[in-house]
Design a protein around this ligand. Structure first.
Ligand code: SF4
Length: 183
């Protein structure tokens, strides 16, 4: 096993350890940074313009493309949560928070062994009671995870490309994140 394979194995093992269900590589050169996804953030998401984790704080799509292009590898990952029925908004809320903590734990385990990395997570940031955006810098820039949709990624499309399940079935919700890094 060469160094790259050992590193991948370590990342996958730690992904399982923190509760990530699926993880798979995706070519950075094939990523599409789509305007309509950003429009959806702007018009359809309550997190827009609320924290440093979401647009417009994440910068333009060109900024996001530039940021991603600095890395050689990308892994897409997900975690699927069971819900108590199709109207289980509390279950969705709890799953959303749990996935943020899952990405936090994954970051804590993996970042120390990588020379450089970028973690993308889900739907805003709840680390502080009140976010400093836009008046002052983020209090925890080293722990900040931009939201994956905020980069203009069509999650259904990139999940399909990576061979991950976008939909975990009836009465479930699935959240996605990504790890970009250099070997
Ligand atoms: S860590 Fe705090 S300041 Fe930074 S984006 Fe999250 S809530 Fe805002």
């Amino acid at each position: 096993m060469d160094r790259s394979e050992r590193l991948t194995e370590t990342i996958y093992r730690n992904a399982r350890r923190v509760g990530i269900h699926e993880i798979a590589p995706i070519e950075i050169s094939e990523l599409e940074f789509e305007d309509w996804v950003r429009d959806f953030c702007h018009n359809g998401c309550r997190n827009y313009n609320k924290t440093w984790a979401c647009p417009p704080a994440t910068g333009s799509l060109e900024d996001c493309r530039e940021r991603c292009s600095q890395f050689s590898r990308m892994l897409l990952f997900d975690r699927c949560y069971k819900l108590n029925g199709s109207f289980d908004s509390l279950g969705i809320q709890n799953a959303m928070i749990d996935f943020r903590r899952t990405v936090d734990r994954f970051d804590e385990l993996i970042s120390p062994i990588l020379s450089s990395s970028l973690f993308l997570g889900n739907e805003g940031c709840d680390r502080c009671n009140e976010c400093t955006w836009p008046d002052a810098p983020c209090r925890f820039p080293n722990k900040l995870h931009h939201t994956i949709e905020g980069y203009g990624f069509n999650i259904a499309k990139i999940a399909r490309k990576a061979g991950l399940h976008y939909n975990g079935g009836q009465n479930t919700v699935t959240f996605f994140g990504a790890l970009l890094y250099d070997e």
